[in-house]
Write a protein that binds this ligand. Sequence first.
Ligand code: NAD
Length: 496
Amino acid sequence: MTIAFTTFDKLYIDGTWVSAGPERDDIINPATEALIGRAPVGNAVAAEAAIAAARAAFDSGIWPHMAIAERADYLRRMHAALDARRQQIAALIVAEVGCAQDVTHGMQVANPLDHLLAALDHSTRDDSVRLPLDITPDPFNPDGPKKIGGTTVIREPVGVVAGITGYNFPFLINLAKIVPALLAGNTLVLKPSPFTPFSALLFGEIADEIGLPRGVLNIITGGPEVGAMLTSDPRVDLVSFTGSEGVGAAIMAQAAPTLKRVHLELGGKSALIVRSDADVARAAAMAVAVLSVNAGQGCALLTRLVVHNNIRKAFVETACTIASQFKIGDPADPSVAMGPLIRESQRAKVENLIATGRDEGAKIVHGGGRPAGLDKGFFTEITIFDDVDNKMTIAQEEVFGPVGCVIGFDNDEEAIRIANDSRYGLNGGIETADAAKGYEMAMQIRAGSVMLNGGTGRMSYAPIGGYKRSGVGREYGPDWLHEYQNQKSIFYPVGI
Ligand code: NAD
């Protein structure tokens, strides 16, 4: 059976489907290694055409000049078109990413659609500011009558945006570029990961269906060369990137000669602090569930388990028991809780880091290898290390696999010090029976978000992003569009 969206063989540029040339990428299902489609491969010619189309649509088109409510209408229709395809999008993500179905339906499909609705809600707010009238001396006639004048501060789109995205939550990340860029009045060239081209190209179908003006959204595929063009071309004003720390730093450098604005959502090595008063069974279950999300391929997962030494033994035993009950396999089976890693290269990276952890003296208490009986696909076991020193490689590097490091502590100050001893600062968690103490500790964590006792709340409405090397800027939240806007102050005289 052909999976929806896997037959796209052209790129979406200037409102039409454009042939990318003869080259095709075989896109495989990471759980079965079966071919799911042959994707068009974008090149320099495609990048040039896409940038030119986005530039023309911004400079001469109507999109930047529409009222935000009009653009919101388009995005409301986009939401409806995507909503109607939920099942097909989920089936694509299961096959393209190898993500388990529960996680796919919730985090990969429902959450991004909620983010879109939240952005539409926020877009009804008038962000322009009218400053009070001011009386000032006339600079050209200081002894003459004074002047009275006012100031209005408005927000305008930045221009042409290049959105460059990673593979792990492709629909979510692509939508997180499209929504703010377009709603704010920019035009966009979107380039997804070469592993997940179809989760991006599907937006061409949506753009056609909702009648998006041509050139507003352009979708091209390709690898780092295409990404390098998008991030260095003087016609691009802003780069919005979600991916690894190293590529994020490279993009900043590539964008520097043309002084682009750069928005970066990068990696993490987030800490879950489990205090001695925590419900050990609940904390351990949560820790394993979070570790296993998308086989550990999540930027904000809590992979350092900073556990009070009084309860560490019980925590580790419970976590291992729970991990051993996880069903690993092809997520086409809805009872599977964890699928594979994206490719063999990613599995090799994970296995190398596990070997380094062992060599540096950390103790594997669960997993460490490949699950039995799965000969095809890039599967790995849930791996839990105990006796981890936070200085070890396994505690400092982003593994991007289902690997947790248990690090002991004896008091709250030490726990916070360990949590903050990381070059990353994306997310964090605290498990405790003393919620007020947990809140105080949350304020001391140097990270863009903290999940206190599992964390609930209006997540679609909250800003997300990194401290330190986890990123620059924020996605979502009430000020999301500001990342994609310039402020302009208009000064005017009152009277004559
Ligand atoms: P990656 O950095 O390898 O690739 C991301 C994108 O960058 C791809 O489209 C790739 O083709 C492109 N690219 C590579 N080199 C480039 C260059 N020199 N110039 C321009 N573009 C270039 O990331 P990945 O492995 O696909 O994704 C996983 C990473 O993304 C992890 O580090 C993860 O933590 C991070 N991530 C962060 C968030 C967040 O919100 N903070 C969300 C998801 C993933």
